[in-house]
Write a protein that binds this ligand. Structure first.
Ligand SMILES: C[S@@+](CC[C@H](N)C(=O)[O-])C[C@H]1O[C@@H](n2cnc3c(N)ncnc32)[C@H](O)[C@@H]1O
Length: 326
């Protein structure tokens, strides 16, 4: 990595020592300025939310109040400097601030669970549009007869919305299901599941659902009733988002999904949209492809309609209708 010119560091220092601290991690002045602004906003917002509201007619003298404000300001400055130092040591900004924006949502980030990436965010938007284009009742692509000549599944709820089941393998923070739900909920009656093998990921994804509902960024109706398995959506029941722990390559788990399909009406799929953004090694990507194929093999190619995955997984043989969103 090329060394930063001393003149740039000097310039940053002349503006603020914290800016100079951030510069090596951010590499340019503009990014360092933005990060410093976010860090300050974060520290000041956290401080003001924990601050006691003092009535102007309180017993405190004006001098004592002034001193209190001064101390709080100093404490905030120290907190900003300390976060800038952690950032300079290479700690991701999202861990320092606690969240990463993802579309209109705020995704909490924690060590050990992948921080949602901007590419994943644009890809999820593209997938949402693709789902609307192909599967909404008004779309010509979802007409009653599929390209294979078979009758298509058109479950409709009482409100006339089509019912759609979306599954996200390797969900991490839950960012993909949460954003898909947000993008599609007005058009579809949704049941969205995110699965991850890691308990801490599932816990975080559930927290992300609750915190986005609490902040008013998602409707309370998205909170799922607790259940152990994928269940068949009931007509007219509320939309749901649910996160569960699962080893997606475990035979018994895949088998339980296939069994569910056998219990379904012939025309209905257990899963309409299968998503996965595992972003890991080619070996794992290959295994995920195998798992998805396994889903298609026993009952022909109708287990899922769309496989919206990273390009590596969108193999034409994986699914009857696979979509590679680029
Ligand atoms: C790189 S993260 C991707 C997270 C998320 N999809 C995203 O785009 O931000 C991969 C996730 O896959 C999960 N994972 C890995 N192997 C798995 C398996 N066999 N079954 C279920 N989840 C798995 C990991 O725990 C991790 O949270």
């Amino acid at each position: 990595m090329p060394r930063l010119p001393p003149s740039l560091l000097q310039r940053a220092r002349s503006i603020s020592p914290d800016l100079a601290t951030l510069l090596p991690a951010c590499r340019d002045l503009e990014s360092a300025r933005s990060e410093l602004r976010w860090i300050r906003e974060h520290v000041f917002a956290s401080a003001s939310s924990s601050q006691q509201v003092v009535s102007p007619r309180s017993a405190e003298t004006q001098a004592a109040e002034k001193e209190r404000i001064h101390h709080r300001h100093e404490r905030n400055k120290v907190a900003v400097t300390s976060l800038c130092r952690r950032r300079a040591r290479g700690e991701p900004l999202q861990y320092l601030l606690g969240t990463q924006p993802f579309g209109p949502l705020e995704i909490q980030c924690r060590r050990g669970v992948l921080i949602p990436r901007p590419e994943t965010e644009s890809w999820t938007y593209a997938l949402g549009s693709e789902v609307v284009r192909r599967l909404s009742p008004s779309s010509s692509a979802s007409s009653a007869t599929g390209p294979d000549g078979q009758k298509k599944d058109m479950r409709e709820t009482q409100e006339g919305k089509r019912s759609l089941r979306i599954v996200d393998f390797c969900t991490g923070t839950g960012c993909i299901p949460l954003l898909l739900y947000t993008l599609l909920r007005r058009r579809f009656h949704l049941q969205v599941w995110g699965f991850d093998v890691e308990e801490r990921a599932v816990r975080l994804a559930r927290e992300n659902l609750r915190s986005n509902v609490a902040k008013g960024l998602m409707p309370a109706a998205s909170l799922a009733r607790p259940s152990e398995h994928l269940s068949t959506p009931e007509k007219g029941s509320g939309s749901l988002v649910r996160f569960e722990q699962a080893e997606i390559f475990a035979d018994d788990w895949i088998q339980s999904l296939l069994l569910l399909q056998q219990q379904q009406d012939e025309k209905n799929n257990v899963v309409d949209v299968l998503v996965s953004n595992p972003l890991t090694s080619p070996r794992k990507a290959l295994a995920a492809t195998r798992a998805a194929r396994c889903g298609t093999s026993s009952r022909g190619s109708r287990w899922c309609r769309i496989l919206g995955t990273s390009r590596r997984l969108a193999h034409p043989r994986t699914c009857s209708t696979s979509v590679s969103v680029r």
